[in-house]
Design a protein around this ligand. Sequence first.
Ligand SMILES: *Cc1c(COP(=O)(O)O)cnc(C)c1O
Length: 338
Amino acid sequence: MPGIIERYRDRLPFAPEDPVVSLEEGSTPLILAERLSEKAGVEVWLKIEGANPTGSFKDRGMTCAVSAAVREGAQAVICASTGNTAASAAAYAARAGLRGAVIVPEGKIATGKLAQALMHGARVVALRGNFDEALKLVRQLVERHPISLVNSVNDFRIEGQKTAAFEIVEALAGELDALCIPVGNAGNITSFWKGFQELGYAPRMCGFQAAGAAPLVHGKPVEHPETVASAIRIGNPARWEEAMNAMTSSGGAVRAVTDAEILTAYRFLASTEGVFCEPASAASVAGLLTHGAGEGVRRVVCVLTGHGLKDPQTALEHAGAVVPCDPELAAIERAVLE
Ligand SMILES: *Cc1c(COP(=O)(O)O)cnc(C)c1O
């Protein structure tokens, strides 16, 4: 499949002659989750955004942001990141031959994402502060230097990410009642809403934040956000108003889910649906199971934003143990069958 710019160019701000930096992102699976549907009491589909080239939905926005940066003649791109934006920016910068710098909260990003950013050759800066502080600083930095900012405050990111809504509408012929989605910096829910609106659809937008990082739920910034779901450990979302507008206009809501609820959904998806997502992604399913999707909802899509392999540490901490075994038939029999 071609990447999202080629696929949806008529709905994106790119002319036919514009440069395109792509890893053939998008066209991700949308699968029916039968076990989950039974449990939730509604028909649930999973949009597997972890199947994007760097393992998260950020690639949809990054192909647009980096292509636009090349078109503008930028020499370098930069972002603040809880991890996946860094991995994606680093990959697309490498592909474009641009320099990349990523600012991440020290010690607070998942191992896989760090490995990606480093392997793709980005300069990885570990800030002794949180994501919100990192974003504030890079916004100041790009005012002083000719570097392109590729966070979701960049409108090209929103444009690219809205294509996930297009794919869902195409796959389900527009038949969906609600969308469940994790909310961090609130760019993605903004993107989905824009995408649905452009096609004339208005499913209920149900946003879920981690209880320890739920500024939209409380109606005020959280100074020290904390959660196991590191991708949504954000206390002051940049797209605050737009996200609230998406939820209010669609008859949806923003709600909190605890880390325990997130981890239960995370394990359930992996062990009963065969889908390994990262903890932040499981917030969408945890939210559906805890709060429901509302009256009259029959069909729901849960967005699984990133791949489980991004965060092997959290997985190993919350999964079963390995069974040790001597190299003998009797021992193997016991190990396998008992
Ligand atoms: C970035 C990210 C989110 C949050 O998306 P926002 O646009 O910041 O709301 C959720 N899950 C994963 C895996 C992410 O990488």
